[in-house]
Each structure stands twice: as C-alpha cells, then as structure tokens.
Design a protein around this ligand. Structure first.
Ligand SMILES: Nc1ncnc2c1ncn2[C@@H]1O[C@H](COP(=O)(O)OP(=O)(O)OP(=O)(O)O)[C@@H](O)[C@H]1O
Ligand SMILES: [Mg+2]
Length: 462
C-alpha cells in the first residue's frame, strides 16, 4: 500500500481540529493536529509532513498562521501550506505579501472544498518533487547533451567532466582556441551540485587590469574615480556556484597575487574596503596559452598555476578527432538551417569529405562559422562541394589519395616526397596567412623544423 500523505492541522479551536481530523482522515490522509504555533513547530521539527493546514488567527494572535508560514519558508524541505482565513480583507492582505505561493480557504468552508484544496496542493508538491528528482537523476547520470563527440578523445573529456563535477577542486581547462573550453566549463557546472546556483564567466583578457580587480572582488563607493556606489564583485555574485576565469594567462601579476589569496582562504576584499567577505565558489579557469611554460619562464606565478591546475582537462583540437567532424557537421547544418528558417539541408558526400579532410586550425568554432556562412549562402536543398569556402573545398585537392599507389614505372621516392612536402608547406602557409607558428601547427611540426624545411626548399624567400 502506498504511504498516506501526512498533513499537519493547526487550529486553536478544538472543534475545527476534530472536524478536519475526521474529514481528511476519511479521505485517506494521515492527520496530526496542533493547537498553537509552539506545538505546531514541535511537530514540524519531529516529523515530516506533505502539507500543513493552519488557521490564521489563534487566540489573540492575529498573525499566528503567518509565523508558521515563516517557519516553513525558512526550513527545508519546502512544505506547502493552506491558510484558513475568516475575512476576505485579511485574505487580500496576505495575498499581497511575499508568501504568494500559499493556498487559502475561507471560513466557513464545505468539507468537499477542503478536500479539493488539499488534493491540489499535494499534486503541486508531487510535481515539484518529480522535477527535483528528475534534475538530480539527470545530474547523476551526467547527462551532457550539448557537447557533440563520439571520438575516444572526446569521450575521455566527457568522462572526466562527470567524474570531477562533484569535487570541490579547482579545474583548469587547456586547449587551442575554439575547441570548446567554455562549453566544457559550463557542462561541469551543470552536472555539479552547484547547477542551481550561478555560472559566471569572466574574460580576464578582455577587461583592463584595474577594472578586472573591481569586477572580481567588488568595490566600495568612492574607492576610485567613477566608483559612485558600492558594487558586488563577481565572486560574491557567483557565491555557491562556479566562476569561470577565461584566458587566465592574461591576468596581471598584481592580480594573480590577490587571486592566490582568495584561493587560499575563500575570502575576498572589495577594493577600498577594510572587511573581507567569505565566498564559496568553484573556480574553473581556461587558457589557450601554455601556462606551464609561462610559469617556468616567470610570466605567470607558479604557485597560482599549481593552485588552479589541481585537475587539468585538455580539450583536444579537432584535427585529432576527425571522427567527430561528421557529427558536428550534421549538428551545425541542422541548427543553422533551423535558425534561418530553412528546411533541413542534406550534405553531399564530396562536401562531407572535404569538410572532414580539412585541418580546422580554428577548431569547432571555425567549423561552426564556416557552416553558418555556407548554409546561409547555399542556393539548393543540398550542400555541395562548390558551396564550401574555397580554402576548404580546395583542401581536398591535395594529392592525398593517390599517394600510396605505386605507378607501374615506379617512382623517385625522395623527389616525390619532397614535392608533396613542399606543396603541403605552401598550403599551410597560405592557410595560416603566413604565420610560421600557425603553419607549423597545421603540419604538426615545431616552428624550428618548419624553418629548416623552408630553407631546404628555398621557400623562405617566398
Ligand atoms: N563538442 C562540441 N559540440 C558542440 N558544439 C561545440 C563543441 N565544441 C565547441 N562547440 C561550439 O563551438 C564554439 C566554440 O566553443 P567555446 O567557446 O567553448 O570554445 P573555447 O575553447 O572557449 O574557444 P576560445 O579559446 O576561442 O575562447 C561554441 O559556439 C560552442 O558551442
Ligand atoms: Mg572561450
């Protein structure tokens, strides 16, 4: 047999307590009664109730029912209440108060009326609980549905997200530009038990140093010119939640010292203030720079680096997970078409191949942008090779497929390899807009070994 819903009835009139005890008891509820506020609170502390029915006025106390509502409001779990009121004017007064979520019933009431209100309140409560349970369930299973990726590399990242989400440790996300670092940070927040609290992202590279300090820690009115009123820092805004410090490598040395202090004692000092404020914030940082190297070379405080990098997560570049490219293409083509109010587009196999072969120096962001443009300009129902930006469609033209076929007459291996090398280096330079560093990345070479080849093939003059 299912457990009977339990109801606490609070009324100073014995006849009313008896009536409700009988009416609700007959409807299958487990009823407890209390004759005043003190007794009611004792019962509430002792046991669990699915709903509370309380009279507003008890004896000379005209606000007795409100005291019970206040208690319920301040103590979890949230318990729905039904207020019995005798006067329309009082009802209106209460309706106007902050406790708008409470149900009312007017004296005198019919037994059926009471039953209906109780049922409605319990239904509402059931729904609320189911929602909470659903959210918890999703979190428990680590449902992360907006990060696309079935490659082993990406599955590792997803696995990591689920495992670290519930830990309090700081997390540092590493990865090239556009790989999805912010997406990962948000996913960690969403599957953590902080999900209901704020996720605040701060771009440390996008805000001037002195402003960044007051953004993060807040300031007192008059702390500096322009500080016309007190301002809460983002640490305080994010209290209970997650603070995402993007491009942390750009943070000034002076601010790094202050960050270190906050990480040590979970307290922030607003600019111009003398008192610290306690905060409970999970820090996730991200950077596309090599922080470890920066720390070794003295460009980033190494003590802060270690504090931030307790759990490192590296989001791999798209070229190392080409398995994910087709999925991402379908995802973005569908999403862009929908945004633009177009019917879903098909993708021609040649277009798919070109998109998969391309190396994507700007990673997922570049893929997303390229597809947005392509979908916008695509004249037909199918996305063709010719619709792609030339740098992508030409990329497939590189002599790849034929490479491994030995012609009947044999080859001059060294000359052929040199040709291919030269060709690919030229393409990489072009694509990288002649940044040698970027081109080296595209080719999986160190800048030094690219320079060596440029000299060898006399490409450095070009
Ligand atoms: N695996 C993925 N699935 C779906 N969308 C993705 C994925 N990875 C990235 N994106 C999308 O690509 C864009 C870039 O991602 P994001 O901003 O998280 O990258 P980032 O690493 O923070 O980039 P940057 O270093 O430039 O700040 C976003 O619009 C994001 O939603
Ligand atoms: Mg980012």
């Amino acid at each position: 047999m299912p457990v009977q819903p339990s109801i606490l009835v609070v009324d100073d009139e014995a006849s009313m307590r008896e009536l409700l005890d009988i009416v609700l008891g007959n409807s299958g509820y487990d009823v407890t009664v209390a004759a005043n506020v003190g007794e009611a609170i004792e019962r509430l502390i002792d046991g669990h109730f699915d709903a509370v029915i309380t009279d507003l006025r008890m004896g000379t106390d005209h606000q007795a029912g409100m005291k019970i509502l206040d208690w319920l409001h301040e103590n979890s779990p949230p318990t729905p209440a039904i207020m019995i009121t005798a006067y329309a004017s009082v009802e209106t007064a209460i309706r106007a108060t902050r406790l708008g979520a409470v149900d009312y019933i007017m004296k005198p009431f019919k037994n059926d009326e009471m039953r209906i209100v109780v049922e409605r309140v319990l239904d509402k409560r059931r729904l609320m609980r189911e929602n909470v349970a659903l959210r918890k369930d999703q979190a428990a299973r680590g449902k992360i549905d907006n990060i696309i990726g079935k490659s082993a590399a990406m599955q590792n990242v997803l696995d990591m997200i689920r495992r670290v989400a519930t830990l309090p440790s700081t997390i540092a996300i590493h990865g090239e530009s556009g790989t999805g670092k912010e997406l990962v940070a948000r996913a960690i927040h969403q599957v953590s038990d902080r999900a209901e609290k704020p996720f605040i992202a701060v771009n440390c590279g996008g805000i001037p140093e002195n402003l960044l300090e007051s953004e993060l820690f807040g300031h007192k009115k008059g702390a500096f010119t322009g500080a016309v009123e007190d301002k809460e820092g983002l640490f305080v805004v994010a209290d209970g939640g997650t603070l995402f410090l993007d491009e942390i490598g750009e943070m000034s040395m002076a601010l790094q010292v202050k960050m270190l202090r906050v990480l040590d004692n979970n307290r922030v000092m607003p600019v111009g203030d003398v008192a610290e404020v306690s905060v409970d914030v999970r820090i996730i940082s991200a950077t596309n720079r090599n922080l470890e190297q920066m720390a070794n070379e003295g460009d980033f405080r190494s003590d802060l680096y270690y504090r931030l990098n307790v759990i490192p997560i590296t989001v791999p570049p798209l070229r190392d997970r080409s398995d994910d490219i087709p999925l991402l293409i379908y995802h973005f083509v569908k999403a862009h078409a929908k945004n633009m109010g177009r019917t879903p587009l098909e993708v021609a196999p040649e277009a798919m191949e070109a998109l998969t072969n391309y190396v994507w120096p700007g990673n997922v962001r570049e893929l997303q942008n390229a597809l947005e443009r392509t979908v916008a300009l695509c004249p037909g129902e199918r996305l063709e090779l010719i619709d792609l930006p030339p740098n992508i469609s030409n990329f497939v033209a590189a002599p790849r497929a034929s490479l491994s076929e030995l012609p009947d007459g044999g080859v001059d291996l060294e000359a052929l390899v040199a040709e291919i090398e030269k060709d690919l280096i030229k393409q990489a330079l072009q694509q990288a807009r002649y940044s040698q560093k970027r081109a080296a990345q595209l080719l999986g070479l160190t800048p030094r070994s690219l320079r060596y080849r440029l000299q060898k093939y006399e490409l450095d003059a070009e």
